[in-house]
Design a protein around this ligand. Structure first.
Ligand code: HEM
Ligand SMILES: [Cu+2]
Length: 726
């Protein structure tokens, strides 16, 4: 029985607080994500102001060097993982089911779990301040600076653990969005009729599923080095500090698109509605998003142009980095072309959307400059970089978020945001933002390095930094005005009605705020502007609206996406092993007993057979027997591996003793951990079948995961054990 078939809990008279704490409703969870992000925007903003105060004039001593390092690390990490990522997930969680005519996301309980993991990760990161000091190696924490000898306090352990929790939350949300958009669309709402915000959420979720595992693999290796004295990034023991940079940016560059694509989606909804014209070149906007997604995995080395990687490498990545500017340019052209000939309504939402276009273009242009290797050699690690990413992340995403807030606040709250306060918010943010960050381009060209807690009184440096700090104050005040508008409009805002902007996507077909069930019936869709069709009575040919029951999400599809993500994680750990083996790491051949591990491998292969039998069996009794057989074989494997570990420890082969020990125990250890999770899932399945009878779908879902873990072992056995003799 799948998650969506479970009846939603009756709304008995619980306290509002308890209601929000236990909610599995996508609208409430969406709002919780947005409120959590808003809180950390304030925190990240205070950190920014502290830095700007320290940098207001040359040679100030307001913040000590260590405190400054912790502040920029926490500011960058907070703004990226605790503000932009969750607020975008919040918007998608709230809007996607409404825009596709669904009652909720495919997996409401998984959705709730995702939010609580986001909260837990955020709290864990800030607990570091009380546990000896916050992380201090920057938001990308390069090894070996992030290794124990150079950052002894626990800050980076909290950072790494928090990012693992946050990454898990984000990946679960992505899987939920993909399954929802694939399985729960209203009849007639084909992929090429999707609102572009939904399209961007879909592509973005794909990016997340394949990018997050790279960060997870790097974080796991860093934690092994820091906590278990492993040697992944320890050059003295044959480790490779550059491996951290490669893995971090294999995640990090797709990450910058993960931070902006939903913003692109918001702009693609807002500009057409306030231009009274459909978007120009829908297919091009959609297709260019796919192009960006694919290309974003092939440019990561542009973050490492200053590392001696050889001309061929640099040229290839310079070319791919220039190429990725093309699909982004297509979008900017399409948004601008949509406004041409339109009757523009300059609401605050539209003003922020237009400002987004200009500021993001400036950020994009400085980005293209970095694709040219000699220019990057001049500008990398200077304030030109700081200016660049604030133009794309603040001028881009934050401006799109302001526009999205003014556009969808009426739907979420039932009240309009105040347009007069909105104009103050807009102009102070625009003026403050450009004053803060434009001058930083010049500081970078003058050679001012980033991440310096103070600077000498060189010509123009003091004046330009003073302007930047002054701008930051205006920007901060403008952002606070936004909060005032939010809070006051919740109480005093004009009533919004269902469709205050005369828009055309389905979320405007419901009440404001929408009822718990969103729609009474599943609406039929016949074009990219279903609500316009309805309003114009153009319903001929549209599928009839129909009651809810028909559609079921597919948990198996969800598990396939999860397995794909985990496959990337294991692939990268295996690539690290192969890299070390091919660059001089010797395998401890004498310690590996091929016969013993071959026997254990046979055990696991047998468990694939028993698991397959369990999934194929239609008879409850027999299925349970096969499940027990699978668990037994899995346990035998784990016990055998435990014995092997014990024998290796006796021979002084440990995770800290050598690079081989480091890679061997990490790889086989994480496989063992996954197998343990598989055995636990089978135990839950046994209990579930006792309580609720046969669960063919659940058996298939766990079965898929089990087969995947067995396959991973076959690869590890071949490369580590058989490979030891190569
Ligand atoms: C509210 C306005 C903001 C101001 C005044 C501000 C200011 C700053 C300053 C002064 C730095 C440190 C530069 C250095 O020492 O190298 C910095 C770094 C950074 N900021 Fe912001 N920022 C703001 C908003 C944002 C936003 C919205 C984001 C992202 C979404 C962001 C992301 C970053 C990142 C990633 C870093 C790099 C941290 C590092 O070097 O590890 N900032 N910001
Ligand atoms: Cu990049």
């Amino acid at each position: 029985m799948s998650e969506a078939a479970l009846p939603l809990p009756a709304a008995e008279s619980r306290s509002a607080a308890l209601d929000w704490l236990s909610t599995i409703d996508h609208k409430q969870i969406g709002i919780l994500y947005m409120l959590l992000a808003l809180f950390f925007f304030l925190v990240g903003g205070v950190e920014a102001m502290l830095m700007r105060a320290q940098l207001a004039l040359p040679n100030l001593k307001f913040l000590a060097p260590e405190a400054y390092d912790q502040t920029f690390t926490m500011h960058g990490t907070t703004m990226i993982f605790l503000v932009v990522t969750p607020v975008l997930i919040g918007f998608s969680t709230y809007l996607v089911p409404l825009m596709i005519g669904a009652r909720d996301l495919a997996f409401p309980r998984l959705n709730a779990l995702g939010f609580w993991l986001q909260l837990a990760g955020s709290v864990l990161l800030y607990v570091s301040f009380a546990a000896g000091g916050a992380p201090d190696a920057g938001w990308f924490s390069y090894a070996p600076l992030s290794e124990k000898p150079y950052s002894a306090h626990a800050g980076l352990d909290y950072w790494a653990l928090a990012l693992l929790l946050l990454g898990t939350s984000t990946t679960l949300a992505a899987i939920n969005f993909i399954v929802t958009i694939a399985a729960l669309r209203a009849p007639g709402l084909t992929i090429r009729r999707l609102p572009l915000f939904v399209w961007m959420t879909l592509v973005n979720s794909g990016l997340i599923v394949f990018a997050m595992p790279a960060l997870n693999a790097a974080l796991v290796m860093l934690l092994m080095d820091r906590r278990l004295h492993a040697h992944f990034f320890d050059a003295a023991q044959g480790g490779a500090p550059l491996l951290w940079q490669h893995y971090f940016w294999i995640f990090g560059h797709p990450e910058v698109y993960i931070l902006v694509l939903p913003g692109f989606g918001m702009i693609s909804e807002i500009i057409p509605v306030f231009s009274r014209k459909p978007i120009f070149g829908y297919d091009f906007v959609a297709a260019s998003t796919l192009a960006i997604a694919f290309l974003s995995y092939g440019v990561w080395v542009h973050h490492m142009f200053a590392v001696a990687l050889g001309k061929v490498f640099l040229s290839v990545f310079a070319a791919s980095s220039m190429l990725i500017a093309v699909p982004t340019g297509v979008k900017i052209f399409n948004w601008a072309a949509t406004m041409v000939g339109g009757s523009i309504r300059f609401t605050t939402a539209m003003l922020f959307a237009i400002a987004f276009l200009l500021e993001f273009t400036i950020g994009g242009l400085s980005g293209v400059a970095f694709a040219i290797v000699p220019i990057d050699w001049q500008l990398t690690d200077t304030y030109f970089v700081v200016a660049h990413f604030h133009y794309v992340l603040f001028g881009g995403t934050a401006f799109a978020l302001f526009a999205g807030a003014y556009y969808w606040f009426p739907k979420m709250s039932g009240r309009m945001l105040n347009e007069t306060i909105g104009k103050w918010n807009f102009w102070m943010v625009v003026i403050g933002f450009n004053l803060t960050f434009f001058v930083q381009h010049i500081l970078g060209l003058l050679g001012m390095p980033r991440r310096v807690y103070t600077y000498p009184n060189l010509p123009w440096w003091g004046a330009l930094n003073a302007i930047s700090t002054f701008g930051a104050v205006i920007l901060g005040m403008g952002s606070l005005i936004f909060l005032v508008n939010l809070a006051s409009s919740l109480i005093f805002g004009a009533k919004a009605g269902n469709d205050p902007w005369d828009a055309w996507t389905l979320e405007w077909a419901t009440a404001s705020p929408p009822p718990p069930e969103n729609f009474e019936n599943v609406p039929g869709v016949n074009s990219r502007r279903p609500l316009w069709d309805l309003k114009a009575g153009r319903t001929a040919g549209a599928p009839a609206a129909r009651p809810w029951a028909a559609r079921k999400p597919e948990p198996l599809f969800g598990m396939k996406l999860f397995v794909l993500s985990e496959a990337v994680f294991f692939f990268l750990l295996i690539v690290a092993y192969i890299y070390f083996r091919t660059t001089g790491m010797a395998a401890a051949r004498s310690s590996l007993h091929l016969g013993e591990s071959a026997t254990l491998t046979a055990c696991l292969v047998a468990s694939s057979f028993t698991m397959w039998r369990a999934s194929a069996s239609g008879d409850l009794k027999r299925a349970r027997l096969w499940i027990v057989a699978t668990m037994t074989l899995g346990l035998i494997f784990l016990l055998g591996q435990g014995a092997e570990y014990w024998r290796l420890f006796q021979q002084k082969v440990t995770i800290s003793q050598s690079l081989f020990g480091t890679t061997f125990f990490t790889l086989t250890g994480f496989h063992g951990l996954h197998l343990l999770v598989g055995i636990a899932a089978l135990a839950v399945l046994l209990a579930l079948t006792r309580l609720r009878g046969h669960q063919p779908i659940a058996v298939k879902v766990v079965g898929l995961y089990w087969q995947f873990i067995d396959l991973v072992w076959l690869v590890i056995f071949s490369i580590v054990y058989l490979g030891a003799w190569v």
